[in-house]
Design a protein around this ligand. Sequence first.
Ligand SMILES: [Mn+2]
Length: 451
Amino acid sequence: MPGATTSPASGLSNLFAPYLETVCHRTAEALTACGYRALVVHSGSLLPVFEDDRTYPFEVNAPFKVWTPLAEPDCFVYFQPGQRPILVFSQPRDYWYKPPAPPEDYWTEYFDIRTCPDRESARALLPPDLGGTAYLGEPFAELGSWGVMAHNPARLIRHLDFGRAVKSPYELTCLREASRLGARGHMAAQRAFAAGESEFAIELAFLAACGLREQELPYNPIIALNEGGSVLHYQVLEKRAPAARHSLLIDAGAEFGGYASDITRTYSAGDGDFSALIARMDTLQQALCTGIRAGADWREVHLRAHRLTAEVLQEAQIVTCSADEALDAGVTRVFLPHGIGHLLGLEVHDAGGLMRSPEGGDIPRPEGHPHLRLTRVLTEGFVVTMEPGIYFIDPLLEAARADQRASLINWSRVASLRKFGGIRIEDDLAVTATGCENLTREAFRSEQPGN
Ligand SMILES: [Mn+2]
């Protein structure tokens, strides 16, 4: 994979075989349960820009990445239970662009690979009768004549997505590598911040250290100096460094084998008071990580995060009341308006976080917490993020100031902290029977110079 100078590819082949077996087994069960004979998955098409001869950057979709880390447009995976999966590989005959070479990697020996020059000719390389076949992917013009049974059937997608939450040893290896690449990027970003660079220059430092281009990242990095940190998905990437430097909030991850890391760190430019608050949030984050193991109910983890946040708000004199009062009055939600974490995998916010079972039904979010993306009880093999935060968000503060919460908030303290934007500390955790493996902290340790 690009930039993976310590690529674990040699070990991946041995891990990929049992992983693919699991995928085949899971898919066979889902097909049977939903009444299909086979599955065809499309990697996606290049999307042209209106009135131009260019296309938008290609993004391969997750259902395709389940089968192969190949990130090329107009490829198809066909799977019929009991048979070797077919990969139809699209290699355009083109002299404007360099056609991709047929894949030769740790995963290719497990597929029957057939090469075609374009999407139209892909059909002839698939079985003639697709009558009992479900199609997954963005529909395209010729698909109507392919004779598939169903396009993106919701029940089947649900069955497949539910199983994706549990990661195999192969997937964990990819996630560890994505974490290492991400940690390298974060360490370079921290140095760029210390050197007084702009948000844009910090992003360039991150990309260079990961060895990835922007479109290869699992999500657009959030790189916010000063009060920008109060915007949860801040996207500006200011090209000029601000006159005064207070803080950096960087939420950025890397990708390996199609799997994402999702990492956030917050730094103070020197202010001791804000540094102490970051350290306090780090302690809170680690306390939350300590409670993660198979059997933990994520809704309780989220509510516990709010209790601990209330204590920090009280200790840091951001609220004028007790921690209990802050919690009961909903004041913690002013400072922490997002969920405490989510599933992580082929997508940064991975599928299936609310599902009660593959058959149907969602597990409701706790009342008053509409943004929580995960409500399931954790199982061994789940990979989740743990991302507590405290932010000084103007619209939420204004709303609190206009109602009964106003008297519970220390407004002069808030005014002095506003320029720092906020704090978020986010690690990726692989859940085990008795605890969890912190992929992010381990990655930072292993990427430390001298290791
Ligand atoms: Mn996250």
